[in-house]
Design a protein around this ligand. Structure first.
Ligand SMILES: C[S@@+](CC[C@H](N)C(=O)[O-])C[C@H]1O[C@@H](n2cnc3c(N)ncnc32)[C@H](O)[C@@H]1O
Length: 265
């Protein structure tokens, strides 16, 4: 595996290029490709919600969704009243996985999307679904589908929809995050904007999850992989599990002092 050659030059100053990480002698090949092993025991409600998530329209394979759920449960259990954010909800598939973890642990999930689809969802691109185009506006509108998914799952008490542009919301956000899931636009500009906008909000001891991380360029686009490299290279985050293209990280240092009890997780 090689370091990405094209980390944008304007990455945050505290995030050195991942090649520096390699130069410190740590091999990317050593990344353990295992799902978290401390999965909570099954309950009827958990099983119902995971089944609903599997049935929902979206881009999250079943095993990755369950790994996402497990990681978010760990975050929810780390302290009372946890705050989760997901960037990129589409029709609510990952939202149900994360919402199930929020409900199980007393957390609240803020699910952010402008609901007009990413570049790769627009007409003429491979991931375009014409059935999601609003005939009145001529634009993709996944919000009614997302709402139907969340209401159908009975998750309205644990999930708050935030409709808007990710960098705009991030720039006004002030609540420390216990869990942040980045799965928004996968192009270079939107992916780095999400990374810059949201990772500073992850509290020390909190979790960062990134979807569609493909170390081999033959498997998928570069930006999510580059974000993951940059998070590790910053030494503010360490790996905390992986499943397929899902990567889980945990903040070990960074802005702000750790709060009492944070380290135990
Ligand atoms: C890959 S899809 C998310 C898939 C979803 N997590 C799932 O499980 O199916 C990416 C989503 O990011 C949203 N998105 C892209 N750029 C955005 C932005 N700047 N602000 C808010 N949402 C954005 C798109 O509307 C799209 O719904």
């Amino acid at each position: 595996m090689r370091c990405p050659p094209d980390i944008p030059p304007d990455i945050p100053p505290d995030i050195p290029p991942c090649c520096l990480h390699r130069d410190r002698g740590r091999a990317w090949e050593a990344v353990p490709m295992t799902a978290p092993t401390d999965a909570p025991p099954g309950t009827p409600r958990r099983d119902e919600l995971l089944a609903r998530a599997r049935e929902a329209t979206g881009f999250m394979p079943d095993d990755e969704g369950e790994a996402l759920y497990d990681a978010a449960v760990r975050a929810g259990r780390a302290g009372p009243g946890a705050t989760f954010v997901e960037i990129g909800a589409w029709c609510g598939k990952s939202t149900v996985y994360l919402g199930a973890a929020a409900e199980a642990t007393g957390a609240v999930l803020f699910s952010l999307d402008h609901h007009h689809g990413s570049e790769e969802n627009q007409a003429g691109w491979p991931h375009h679904d014409p059935s999601l185009v609003d005939p009145h506006t001529g634009r993709i509108d996944t919000l009614p589908h997302w709402r139907r998914t969340i209401v159908g799952a009975g998750l309205e008490a644990s999930v708050v929809g935030v409709v808007g542009d990710s960098p705009t919301v991030a720039s006004r956000w002030s609540t420390p995050l216990d869990f942040c899931f980045i799965d928004g636009g996968h192009g270079e500009e939107p992916a780095w904007a999400d990374f810059r906008g949201w990772t500073p909000h992850v509290r020390v001891g909190g979790w960062l999850a990134i979807h569609d991380v493909f170390p081999d360029p033959a498997d998928g686009g570069r930006p999510p992989y580059e974000l993951w490299c940059a998070a590790l290279a910053s030494e503010q985050f360490v790996e905390d599990g992986a499943c397929g293209s899902l990567r889980i990280l945990r903040r070990v240092t960074g802005p702000g002092a750790p709060e009492e009890g944070d380290a135990s997780g």
